[in-house]
Design a protein around this ligand. Sequence first.
Ligand code: PGA
Length: 250
Amino acid sequence: MKPLIFAGNWKMHLGPGGARGFLDRFLPHYRPATDREVWFFAPAVSVATVAAAVTGVTAVRVGIQNVHWEPKGAFTGETSVAMAAEAGATAALVGHSERRHVFGETDREAGLKVRAALAGGLIPMLCVGETLAEREGGRTLDVVRRQLGVLQGIPAADLARVRIAYEPVWAIGTGRNATPEDAAQVHAAIRAQLAELGGPADAMSILYGGSVKPDNAAALVGQADIDGLLVGGASLDPESWRAIVGAARN
Ligand code: PGA
């Protein structure tokens, strides 16, 4: 059985000092479990600090929140896959809704980033999800389908390394979340599409994200098609993060 993935997305919080302080409070209480992994998507400047702090800690992975698809060049402010890997990242978040909606990132760019991450040895976690207007217009599954379409043409062996995070935009940072049953329905549609794309769908992890808190984590990971959680706000507090990564799978 694939391990559950509990991924913290720190967004634009926790520089190197803050990251170290967080881990000093989290790691002494961390007990690795065989059925789960803990991932940290840290800001680019904190990746090396987090990687150093978790060296040798079981079932913990460090990722970067965004990468550029080109290997190098005149791209002021961007980070290449190789640079992220050199700093200790082994994963990259791609197409987070804030990248799409605040910075205008397109599906095409998300597709390029997934491919660049795969080529450079990072595990891409592709984020998909509908806005409130799209949900209310009954277009959730169409939107998610379009966003996942960027995986078309990626060979099965590479697809096997991709993780998906379903994050309804209206649930991010709002305190509103999809019910576990609603989320599970979208997850099932995502898994069906991953199979259509030629991926080993059952072995691929699909995480849910959007206002995950200690009190709803267990109900979410209790759904058959929810293989983990991508957590923003509640991943910044060591106590609530500890409660989330310890959520029972029932
Ligand atoms: P939230 O953010 O948990 O604060 O809603 C989730 C995310 O944006 O990944």
